[in-house]
Ligand binder design. Structure first.
Ligand code: NAD
Ligand code: DAU
Length: 365
């Protein structure tokens, strides 16, 4: 890391930067930090799109490479030629339902892909001895901790791992690999375990954008099981800020929990979205939108409750979420209303429609 006119200079490799959180992170960095150069490596799977990166500010500091994180030769070449000193690793298969119907891609990308990045970093960064000016930041999830009981304390950084879905198991495996590389080889790593994100550019297979888009079209709003499952919702800008603070000031070898301290049941989230749409679109034929709610078969092995204890990142790094759920949801609903071109490009994808139909049919509807 070099310093230039009091600005931090970093050559950052972002993996998965064409996905939901990665694209928000790139926009956040280019907006708020000068003296940064970003290389985005993304395979552009169904979940990644260059549309998510349209109109980036300061785009002269940004470049895109279409490729697979499992291609270790490619990753080594990028790290060497672009003089990468910071890897921020988002790339993953990220949807729990898809990990249940097809776990193979999750093992490949989330485990083998992370391994290939770690190997590239080890070879390029540690070949000539220990370096302290580099960082491998791994983005992980609260799902590695398993499911909380209704009254149990929230997950802390020392909660034992107990992943329940193939997705969670693949992320837990990658976390362990990252941990092993710092312990064994001295690779300077940090890990963040974050709760459910929402906000602009989220692929509409995930609960919040799926509900918004189905409601706009007058389609059923599928609630898995009894809808009383609890997640800890975080607006994506807050996540980006937290990641950046960890990269700048987090302790090497440590993991940090990130969460929104917003923990409503799924049904409450869906009702809030319906209320926001009723307000925004009083003349819609689908108002009141909550009439579209439909209870469907539950997700197999569905985790009941997640909640994050975020005292460590608050105390050590002074980070805390800025958005409460109502503010974040209003901004999100408005973003989807204002970005119909982005929405219809996804809705035209055969793969997406096929997935939605299959998922809905499998749930007995
Ligand atoms: P996403 O599915 O929206 O995006 C994933 C991106 O990775 C896509 O652009 C995709 O093209 C790319 N990708 C997939 N396989 C690849 C490969 N083999 N090589 C290169 N690129 C590849 O995911 P997201 O929701 O933005 O999640 C990003 C990261 O954050 C993931 O690691 C996920 O586990 C983690 N996370 C997500 C959440 C959440 O609520 N979305 C919460 C906590 C942690
Ligand atoms: O907790 C962090 C995780 O959050 C991330 O690691 C994952 O990448 C991300 O996908 C997300 O996982 P979830 O499974 O919690 O997110 P999803 O949006 O799929 O579901 C949220 C909750 O809503 C969950 O309890 C399942 C329920 N649900 C979901 C869908 C898609 C429904 O009731 N109906 C639906 O149609």
């Amino acid at each position: 890391m070099r310093r230039c006119l009091n600005k931090i200079m970093k050559n950052i490799l972002v993996t998965g930067g064409a996905g939901f959180i990665g694209s928000n992170f790139i926009r956040f960095l280019l907006t708020s930090n000068e003296g940064i150069s970003i290389t985005n490596l993304d395979l552009l799977t169904y979940a990644g799109s260059l549309e998510n990166l349209q109109g980036l500010p300061n785009s002269q500091h940004y470049s895109f490479i279409h490729g697979d994180i499992c291609d270790q030769e490619l990753v080594e070449k990028i790290v060497g030629e672009n003089k990468i000193d910071t890897i921020v690793h988002f790339a993953a298969e990220s949807h729990v339902d898809r990990s249940i119907s097809g776990p193979g891609a999750f093992i490949k990308t989330n485990i083998n892909g992370t391994f290939s990045l770690l190997e590239a970093a080890r070879k390029k960064w540690l070949a000539e001895g220990q370096r302290h000016d580099v960082r491998f930041h791994h983005i992980s999830t609260d799902e590695v901790f398993g499911s909380l009981t209704p009254q149990g304390p929230p997950f802390s950084e020392s909660t034992p791992y107990s992943p329940n879905s193939p997705y969670a198991a693949s992320k837990a495996s990658s976390d362990f690999l990252v941990r092993a590389y710092t312990h064994t080889y001295g690779l300077p790593v940090t890990i963040s375990n974050c709760s459910n994100n929402y906000g602009p550019y989220q692929f509409p297979e995930k609960l919040i954008p799926l509900i918004i888009l189905n409601a706009l079209q007058g389609k059923p709003l599928p609630i898995y099981g009894d809808g009383q499952q609890i997640r800890d919702w975080l607006y994506v800008d807050d996540h980006c800020e937290a990641i950046w603070q960890i990269i700048l000031r987090g302790k090497v070898g440590e993991s940090y929990n990130i969460g929104g301290e917003n923990q409503p049941a799924n049904l409450e989230i869906v009702n809030t979205i319906c209320d926001l749409l009723d307000e925004a679109l009083p003349k819609s034929p689908h108002t009141p939108h909550n009439q579209l709610i439909e209870y469907v078969a539950d997700r197999p092995g569905h985790d009941r409750r997640y909640a994050m204890d975020i005292q460590k990142i608050k105390k050590e790094l002074g980070w805390q979420p800025r958005y409460d759920l109502k503010q974040g949801l209003s901004k999100t609903v408005q973003w989807y209303l204002d970005n119909q071109e982005w929405v219809s490009a996804i809705q035209k994808q055969k793969e997406y429609q096929g997935w939605l139909d299959k998922n809905y049919t499998q749930r007995g509807k």
